[in-house]
Design a protein around this ligand. Sequence first.
Ligand SMILES: *Cc1c(COP(=O)(O)O)cnc(C)c1O
Length: 223
Amino acid sequence: MPDAAAQRLASIRQRIAAVAQGRTATLVAVSKTQPAARVRAMHAAGQTVFGENYVQEALAKMTELADCAIEWHLIGPLQSNKCREVAEHFDWMQTLDRAKLIPLLARHRPDGRAPLNVLVQVNLDDEDSKSGAHPADIDALADAVARQPRLRLRGLMSIPKPWPNPDQRRAGFRALHAMFQALKQRHPGIDTLSMGMSDDFELALAEGATMVRVGSALFGPRG
Ligand SMILES: *Cc1c(COP(=O)(O)O)cnc(C)c1O
């Protein structure tokens, strides 16, 4: 029987490689709403980086998949009362969008673990969405993350509006890449620009993404 998970993974990896042209690009497999068994199958196919949106759902999967070497990314909004669980159990936190979370994440990151990797989430164009920092606030947030020894500033993340027009999408990705370059002047150690999902990850890679977050194109439609 053909291994469906392995086939879908190989096809996404091929599409990434075709656009990235030798640059490294990290694929985050977005496993929200997918049962642990499907994550396990994708891990068995060779995928090690997974993204989850909801802390409780993620913790349950981490327990069930404790025998799998997985790098877990939080890609959903974080409430301050969940900072402890995130600091204790995740490897990356991609949705840092307000200063209040920073000392909480730092305080709860266990000493025995590597610093928590942090991306500042940018709200590029969606004034109605509560997630993401205003572009004018990125520097201050990034500086505050960088001052915490238990956190490691890695770069920026964004979920731009899914404009139907590809030129408009491309312009958004390009603007984010410019913000990333500007932040790199200030924090030369950053290396990650997380943007692009199932519908547009190739466009995002063409505009400088170093990390793409792919769910439905990898696992099939969510139930
Ligand atoms: C769900 C989600 C994704 C993946 O979306 P697909 O369209 O299924 O690839 C990526 N990033 C974030 C932040 C998400 O919430």
